[in-house]
Design a binder for this molecule. Structure first.
Ligand SMILES: *Cc1c(COP(=O)(O)O)cnc(C)c1O
Length: 380
């Protein structure tokens, strides 16, 4: 048992390790109708617009709950009841978007590529040309089930060319990878507090094209997840429609201030890139192979092939690494045995190097020696 009472570092794609400043922002109580709290909400909405260089043509609508609540609210509000959504899938979050779209009663088509194959603008061009009934395209920017990056700008251009609307789940990319509303046409970019802005989990938000949201009144089949109603009420009263997660909101706002102080999105991407490099270099030295080609790997979360050693079992490996202060993430692939290591959160390359040491030490403790498949030995 560890003698030090210390939280493990979360190498998971949300919740993630937050800074002390962010944690301390949660040590106060706020009245949800109080002007001081509503000023925080207003400031936070403004700061989120700036992250994607958006202006008066876009609005930020926060939504209580985890990221999926915000995705569901965006689809159910921005897609008319007789709309038809094409969801581009190469992992679990794409599958989830298709499922919730169907459950919201909208017509849905899917385009599925393998988990290590990004959707291309050419794919989308062909699919939209073939089916004029498609009104919206749903895209997962960084598919967190592997860490694969899908080409947002290219796909957005094709969707715009065909006069259709784009809904982007940017949950695990927002704040880290560039998204520029001046160059990328979208009806919605969706993310949440507990990802790359490094707040605590508990609220999502949708950056919506104002004209699209204005036209979306009455679309929602859900009361609580009606994004239009949430927006209209917030505009009118400055308050959240139902009880806001007050502590999460103020801590997320504090995280946004730290994000700006660090240098915004370019600085965050630079740090996560250094984290990812320290991780993959250290893991490679032990013999670990990443699942994805580096060319399509976002520096958000890395999927590694599990050790081939017969002694390997994820649960015991996870526990041994946790005992050494780091929390890993199980793989989410059906075909191959993997595990994932997040590069995001209030951590730097030093923590990643320590994590590599913890993994090495854990493997030694478990007697796991064979990491990669041995090169085939040919007997003459
Ligand atoms: C985290 C995440 C979500 C939201 O998941 P929740 O469990 O609802 O927070 C959605 N999409 C992607 C790509 C994510 O990484």
């Amino acid at each position: 048992m560890s003698l030090v009472s210390r939280d493990p570092i979360l190498l998971t794609p949300g919740p993630l390790t937050t800074s002390l400043t962010t944690k301390m922002a949660m040590l106060r109580d706020w009245g949800s109708w109080d002007a001081a709290f509503n000023a925080v909400t207003a400031g936070l909405r403004r700061k989120l617009l700036e992250v994607v260089h958006a202006g008066a043509a876009h609005v930020v609508v926060p939504m209580q709950g985890s990221g999926t609540f915000a995705v569901e609210a965006a689809i159910n509000t921005l897609v008319p009841r007789d709309g038809h959504v094409l969801v581009l899938i190469n992992g679990a979050y794409g599958q989830r978007m298709a499922k919730l779209t169907q459950m919201m009663g909208r017509r849905v088509s899917t385009f599925v590529t393998a988990e290590d194959v990004p959707t291309t603008p050419a794919d989308v061009d062909r699919l939209l040309a073939a089916d004029p009934s498609i009104t919206h395209v749903g895209l997962i920017h960084c598919e967190t089930s592997t860490g694969i990056l899908n080409p947002l700008k290219g796909i957005a251009d094709v969707v715009a060319k065909h006069g259709r609307r784009l809904v982007v789940d940017a949950m695990s990319s927002f704040g880290a990878l560039p998204i520029d509303a001046r160059e990328v046409a979208f009806d919605a970019v969706i993310a949440a507090s507990g990802k790359c802005i490094e707040g605590p989990p508990g609220m999502g938000f949708v950056i919506a094209r104002r004209a699209a949201l204005e036209a979306a009144g009455g679309n929602s089949s859900s009361l609580a997840l009606d994004l239009h109603d949430q927006w209209a009420y917030m505009e009118k009263t400055t308050q959240w429609r139902y009880t806001p997660p007050t502590h999460v909101v103020v801590a997320f706002d504090a995280a946004l201030d730290q994000f700006a102080a660090e240098g915004g999105q370019p600085a965050r991407l630079a740090r996560y890139t250094r984290n990812c490099e320290a991780l993959t270099k250290g893991m490679a030295a032990m013999g670990f192979r990443p699942f994805l080609d580096p060319a399509i790997q976002a520096p958000i979360i890395v999927t590694f092939h599990a050790p081939v050693d017969a002694k390997y079992e994820f649960k015991a490996f996870y526990a041994a690494v946790r005992e050494r202060g780091f929390i890993l993430y199980p793989g989410k692939l059906t075909q191959v045995e993997t595990f994932r290591v997040g590069c995001i959160g209030a951590i730097g390359p030093e923590e990643m190097t320590q994590a590599v040491h913890a993994i090495s030490d854990a493997l030694a403790g478990l007697g796991i020696r064979e990491i990669a498949p041995r090169a085939a030995v040919r007997v003459a």
